[in-house]
Write a protein that binds this ligand. Structure first.
Ligand code: DGP
Length: 114
């Protein structure tokens, strides 16, 4: 089976427009942006989704949220507001099965989401 695309990006084996990274996570621009700023925050470790998280992931999951906020500040959308979304499973439309937070900003968002 071919390696997960987000594992490849995290390992530097596939290209991405990286915004920031550290030992545990990487933030990069989404290939198909749905807003002027559309970032993805991923753990380096392969986790399928939030639904598969355990108490051992508590620190990592918190870290991803803090990185999302930091990336929003770095890309200039924090003051106007931004949205963090994570899709889990088929009905949510998850298409890459490596946990990722979408960070969307730079335009007004509607609610409820489609
Ligand atoms: P989701 O539908 O929640 O699983 O979102 C997956 C997102 O990942 C989608 O917005 C498109 C993005 N994406 C898929 N493949 C790549 C890739 O190779 N590079 C980048 N930068 N984004 C990708």
């Amino acid at each position: 089976m071919s390696e997960c695309i987000f594992c490849r990006i995290a390992a530097g084996r596939a290209a991405a427009r990286i915004v920031l990274e550290d030992e545990a996570a990487v933030v990069f621009h989404d290939l198909h942006p749905q807003a002027p700023v559309h970032l993805l925050v991923i753990p380096r470790r392969h986790v399928v989704s939030v639904a598969e998280g355990t108490t051992e992931d508590r620190e990592l999951f918190g870290h991803l949220l803090l990185l999302a906020a930091r990336a929003a500040r770095l890309t200039g959308v924090a003051d106007s507001g931004f949205r963090i979304v994570t899709n889990c499973g088929a009905n949510a439309g998850q298409s890459v099965f490596h946990l990722h937070l979408h960070v969307l900003g730079g335009r007004a968002m509607r609610w409820p989401p489609g």
